[in-house]
Design a protein around this ligand. Structure first.
Ligand SMILES: *[C@@H]1O[C@H](CO)[C@@H](O)[C@H](O)[C@H]1NC(C)=O
Ligand SMILES: *[C@@H]1O[C@H](CO)[C@@H](O)[C@H](O)[C@H]1NC(C)=O
Length: 389
């Protein structure tokens, strides 16, 4: 008479074992993901929504159906027509006043919120002749713009990119996106950056404090710059300066994309079903009083490609999506507002294990890996050209 119980126990045990194996399997394939949440599966075939649209009411697009959470972002997004273009400080002051536990937020997040609606900054131009970064000429529109998010002090990272995957491959153009070389309490890098800018003509600088929470400014200011100076660029790679891009393979992949995909491309290592991290003190901590719910499907900010023609669309969306501290999540939100979905490519690995940094054979079939040191980047590029694999 104890057998039914035994069977029950056994099947429960087997289920648990199966679950454990499954969890281990999925987490192994998603090592070190930036915003760990319930392990998502990579999306299968995505709906073929090739054309962006921007409805007057974004609530449904952004998943705001049903009971509206009381968190600040959710409430803001619900009410938001458009972010203020004048008196941007008012938005931050209101956030500080309305979030009940604002004073307990980490300092970076508080600073972010106070100035988050301020998004127009002048270019920081090095003194001297010819310091402007050249516009794309009619005859020389890049097929792929390599837009590298760097920081003024990261000279070695930039030089490694110039000497390797960012070197003049036909069809590409390299630009580094930077904030002000006059940091806060840091060394004054203005003269060094000025020299570098005049030497290489590939630095786009703006006059804002270059800190991680200001990275969205680089995205938006680049898109605005492109509208004036390079509106016909076909694709834009938004990438960090510690990434290694297998440029020829990436170009080859982009050239073989179905045209409907290419038109609305948002391509990278895609995370679905990621959730905010609630552990105070941790990297990427997001308080519950600020944001409730899951993140949109988004491509990891380590490196992703978007279609150039989406630049004006993304700017329009950004004017109507409430500020969020992480640049890649924010881009995911803007794409979602446009009704577009990210496409996952297994060749983008933005949490590449350090012990594989010098494995050219592994990288040969990939499109983008990170993080890599400048030395590893140079080593890898050299060996990728060779015949070993
Ligand atoms: C947006 O649509 C929702 C229904 O999805 C509605 O409840 C809400 O009032 C609308 N918001 C605005 C600003 O019109
Ligand atoms: C971003 O830059 C602006 C302009 O320099 C600055 O006021 C703001 O505090 C910066 N954001 C953060 C999070 O430091």
């Amino acid at each position: 008479m104890r057998c039914p119980k035994c069977l029950l126990c056994l099947s429960a045990l087997l289920t648990l074992l199966g679950l454990k194996v499954y969890i281990e399997w999925t987490s192994e394939s998603r090592l070190n993901k930036a915003y760990p949440g319930p392990r998502g599966t990579l999306p299968g075939p995505t709906p073929s929504s090739a054309e962006p649209t921007l409805p007057t009411n974004l609530s449904a697009r952004l998943g705001q159906t049903g009971q509206l959470p009381s968190a600040y972002w959710n409430q803001q997004q619900w009410r938001l027509g458009a972010l203020p273009s004048v008196d941007c400080q008012a938005w931050g002051a209101a956030a500080a006043a309305e979030i009940p536990d604002f004073t307990s937020y980490p300092q970076d997040l508080r600073r972010f919120l106070l100035s988050a609606a301020c998004r127009s900054f002048p270019q920081w131009l090095p003194a001297g002749e010819g310091s402007h970064v050249a516009s794309c000429s009619d005859k020389d529109v890049p097929y792929l713009l390599l837009a590298v998010k760097s920081e003024p002090g990261r000279f070695a990272e930039r030089q490694a990119v110039r000497e390797t995957w960012g070197s003049a491959v036909p069809g590409t153009r390299l630009l580094f996106l930077l904030g002000s070389p006059l940091g806060e309490g840091g060394p004054d890098l203005r003269s060094l950056v000025t020299w570098e800018s005049l030497r290489y003509h590939d630095l786009l600088l703006w006059d804002f404090l270059d800190v991680p929470y200001n990275r969205t400014l680089k995205d938006l200011l680049l898109l605005a710059w492109l509208g004036h100076h390079c509106p016909d660029v076909k694709f834009i790679l938004q990438v960090q300066d510690d990434a290694f891009v297998h440029t020829p393979a990436l170009l080859e992949h982009l050239r073989t994309l179905p045209p409907t995909w290419a038109r609305s491309l948002y391509l990278g290592e895609v995370f679905t079903q990621a959730k905010p991290i609630r552990k105070p003190g941790g990297l990427f901590y997001v308080p519950g009083s600020f944001f409730e719910g899951g993140y949109p499907a988004y491509a990891s900010g380590g490196g992703y490609v978007i279609a150039g023609r989406l630049a004006p669309w993304l700017l329009q969306a950004a004017a109507r999506v409430a500020p969020f501290p992480f640049d890649d999540i924010y881009t995911g939100l803007c794409f979602r507002a446009l009704g577009l979905v990210p496409r996952a490519h297994p060749g983008f690995l933005t949490a590449w294990p350090a012990d594989r940094a010098r494995d050219p054979c592994a990288v040969r079939d990939l499109l983008l890996v990170r993080p890599l040191s400048p030395q590893d980047t140079i080593w890898l590029w050299r060996h990728l050209q060779g015949p070993q694999c």
